[in-house]
Every structure is written in C-alpha cells, then in structure tokens.
Design a protein around this ligand. Sequence first.
Ligand code: GUN
Length: 300
Amino acid sequence: MTHSPILRPSGQHALLIDGKAAAALITADIGRDVAASGLKPGLAVVLVGSDAASQVYVKSKGKMAAACGFHSVQIDLPAETPEAALIAHVASLNDDPAIHGILVQMPLPRHIDAAKVIAAISPTKDVDGFHPLNVGLLATGETEKALVACTPAGALHLIEAASSALGLKLQGMEAVVIGRSNIVGKPMAQLLLQRDMTVTVAHSRTRDLADVVRRADVVVAAVGRPEMVRGTWLKRGAIVVDVGINRIEGDDGRSRLVGDVAFSEALDHVAAITPVPGGAGPMTIAMLMQNTFVAAKRAR
Ligand code: GUN
C-alpha cells in the first residue's frame, strides 16, 4: 500500500478514509488558489424556514466559504415564503455579478415545488449540480462543462484516493450504490460509470439487497436508514463510502450519529471505510467550495 494522508489505521482490518482530512487539504488548496487568482468567488445560500439540521449545514457552508476567501451571503426566508417570492430571490441572485454560486437548501417547505426552484437557478451558478442541464451534462459525460452534485463528487474523490492507496484500479470493478435519490444515488452511479465501473443501483425495493451488496468491490450507501448494511453483507477487501447521517438513541439514552453501514461490523470485513461523522459529510462542503470557485473562473 502506498502512503496516503487521508487513510488511517482503524485498529482492525479496515483502513479509515478520513474525509475531514481530505476536505481540509482541498479547501486549503482552494484558499491558496483564490488568493492567487485575484477573484472573489461569491456564494449565496438560501434557507427557507428554520429546520434545525438545515440551519447547521447552512452555517457551516457559509463559514467555509469565508475561510476560502469567498464573498459569502446567507438569505434567510420565513417558512411561509410563497414559491414565486423564492423564485424572485433566485432571479435577482442570477443577475448579481458578485454571486457565482447559488444554493437553495433542501428540503423546502411542502408548498414549494423544489424542481421549479432548481430550474430557476442559472445553470452556470448551480453549484449544487441539481439543474436539469447539469444533470444532463453529467449523464452524457460532459463533466468538464457541468457543475457536478457535491456529495457524489466528494464520495468519488474518497473512493479514488482509497483505491489508489490500496493499489486497486477502479476500471472493471463492481460498484453498488444503495439509494436512487437525485441528490446522491443517481449522480453517484453516473460518476462511477464514467470510471468504467460496473454499476448497480439498489434501493428500498431491491430484492435480496445483501446478495447484491456481497458482490461489490465499491459500496456507496445513501439510503438514510441507520446501520442497515450489515458487516456480513460486505465483500472482503471492499471500499465503502457511507453517505448516511442518522441520529439514533444509544444504549446509554444519549443520541449519536451513525451511518447507513454497521460500522464496527464492517471494520472486520472491508479494506477501507469512511467513518460517520468525518467521512463523506465534510467532502460535500469542500466540493461546494470547488464548484463555486470553478463557476467564478468560468464567469471570468
Ligand atoms: N440538503 C441536504 N444536502 C443538500 C445539498 O447538498 N444541497 C442542498 N441544496 N440541500 C441539501
């Protein structure tokens, strides 16, 4: 195995993929490149309502943007904001030359059609990569023109780092993506396909999920069900990226965060795995910074 700054021993068979360290390396590079570029990338994050988890995410996005030397704006709108008013905000951000990236935090209140709002964002400022144009560019493999969804882009970065440190070639290997959301599962499958992997997308209706997972050299779990993927399902030597962040009550009555994979069981089976927290999560924000910087450079 070659040395990698983001792989750490776990004390058991598996190596830990340190997403926090990987994200810190990426954002440090971005900060340095922004300072050298003379650009001031601008990121606007729009939060509708007061969902507690969304508030935490939005705050950390704003903080990281400022740390990278960006112009960072947060727009807080009340939960009862009409759809048309939200779209009007988006339109004014589309027209604002100081803003290069627009992110409308999901989920939105139920009276708002998220697809309509996403379609209203200029594709060139769609740093979430959710606009149908960016989704289409990813699907046709024109990623150099696209903005790619942040969570799958970050997961791919970790998979590539782990496979290269382990001396494995992704080409031709079996990947199983668990979850078919527009935000993670579908774009993740596209990215892995582009790396010439044989990709299976499994989901809540998949028959015998354990059997599907057992053949995977690379597993990306993004279902939002705490510890659903058991250690015995995982192939010896697999690389696992756990995108799930689930809050559960532990035996001591205190709440804690767990992923979609039964982490301690998996440590005994796989070659490398991301912890929760500290795995895929920090990479999402790093990729958002990267997309915003890319959008700013393209605007120039
Ligand atoms: N909610 C949870 N993850 C995301 C994300 O990546 N982007 C947006 N806009 N909302 C989210």
